[in-house]
Design a protein around this ligand. Structure first.
Ligand code: NAD
Ligand code: UD1
Length: 343
């Protein structure tokens, strides 16, 4: 089976994708500088799969180190590029760190691909590129207009998509699939890998589980006066294992030359929008735990409602999000309990 380079492979989505790749028979080499993860994740992957992925502690911004990596693993046939910084608020405070890391990492990989005869790359993008779609574009499909980015982080995703587009135009033997994730949540059903919290969580689900665990006194729900049925914001929460599986399908599509053109873009979501309140209430019910919360002011930069039209991924990739939200929310809690035990 082919060998795949997974950058950011000890991170949240990368670790789940590595598991799915290895279970599908691929060999994986992970490159991660552990900026936002730890090497113990490899133990979790090995415990699930029964094999350990190769691992190299390399910074993707380091062209020379990446060049050597491609020499060492001369059989790499595809890349899944997760490595990036992803905290929206931090990107506003430290824009250059975000531009340097997220853009230079991608440029290095794209430059090295033809040199080492690697043809295929999957890129992690985000629904943030759509901003707030107007009513006519909800649910949002891949043809909806790209809106000006609301943060440097969001801007790096837009710029990276453009860099890929321009590179492929100039280098026709490179294939790319850009995946625009909606809101990934949940953990592997074994609870051996999951999302590692880094300080005070910004995202909803880690905040909910930490509140349920008593680590945070209460969840703050950012606004209940939006134009939605219960007044709280709506998102498309997609299970991380479903999301991971889409990467395997995308890679196989490229490796078997099934692509329509050298560049394809897919939304990865469930097609269903859920409000913050629905998530909190469902989490409480299925896990039989309390989550104290209060309604506070709207969070600056939040989008009122966005959810995916995943028809293209369903039809063209033959991929569909399968895990139901209740099971996903159970996996969030199981993972939090495991983190508590590990302390
Ligand atoms: P994560 O922080 O858990 O994983 C990213 C990994 O990349 C980390 O392990 C980090 O140590 C590593 N990394 C960062 N910069 C690196 C570098 N220069 N060299 C080597 N390793 C580096 O994040 P995640 O949630 O798994 O996100 C993965 C990708 O998906 C990112 O590109 C992110 O922007 C994108 N994405 C995430 C979400 C989300 O909600 N989690 C939504 C949309 C898009
Ligand atoms: C955010 C980013 C997005 C990024 C994604 C993954 C913004 C505007 N968007 O998405 O670009 O791809 O994270 O990192 O920052 N909420 C609360 N209380 C909390 C936390 C969240 O009420 O403590 C609400 C938010 O207002 C939002 C929903 O929960 O309505 C989801 O928030 P979050 O998990 O942060 O994701 P996004 O804002 O959708």
């Amino acid at each position: 089976m082919a060998r795949i380079l997974v950058t950011g492979g000890t991170g949240y989505i990368g670790s789940h994708t590595t598991v799915e790749l290895m279970q599908a028979g691929f060999d994986v080499v992970i490159v991660d500088n552990l900026m936002n993860s730890n090497v113990g994740v490899l133990d979790g992957i090995e415990a699930i799969v029964g094999r350990r992925p190769d691992y190299e502690n390399i910074d993707c911004v380091d062209y020379v180190a990446l060049d050597k990596l491609f020499e060492k693993y001369a059989d790499i046939e595809g890349i899944i590029h997760f490595a990036a910084y992803k905290a929206v608020g931090e990107s506003v405070e430290k824009p250059l760190q975000y531009y340097r890391n997220n853009i230079n990492s991608l440029v290095n990989l794209l430059e090295l691909m033809p040199i080492h005869k690697v043809k295929n790359i999957v890129f992690s993008s985000s629904c943030t590129v759509y901003g707030q779609p107007d009513a006519a574009h909800l649910p949002v499909n891949e043809n909806a207009p790209i809106q000006p980015a609301l943060s440097p982080y969001g801007n790096t995703k837009q710029i990276c998509e453009e860099i890929i587009h321009d590179t492929i135009h100039a280098t026709p033997n490179i294939n790319a699939i850009i995946l625009r994730y909606f809101n990934p949540i949940g953990a592997h059903p074994t609870a051996l890998i999951g999302e590692l919290p880094n300080g005070v969580p910004n995202n909803l689900l880690p905040y909910v589980t930490q509140t349920a665990a008593g680590i945070r006194p209460e969840l703050r729900i950012f606004g209940n006066d939006y134009d939605t049925p219960d007044g709280t914001c709506i998102r498309d929460y997609i299970d991380v294992v479903d999301l991971a599986k889409a990467h395997v399908v995308a890679l196989k599509r490229m490796l078997t030359n099934k692509q329509e053109g050298n560049e394809e873009i897919f939304n990865l979501g469930t097609g269903r929008g859920l409000s913050v309140m629905e998530i909190v209430e469902t989490f409480k019910r299925v896990n039989n735990v309390d989550v104290p919360y209060k309604i506070v002011e709207r969070r600056e930069g939040d989008i009122e409602k966005v959810w995916a039209d995943p028809t293209r991924a369903n039809k063209v990739l033959g991929w569909k999000a399968e895990r139901n939200t209740e099971d996903t929310l159970r996996s969030c809690w199981k993972w939090q309990l495991r983190l508590n035990e590990a302390k």
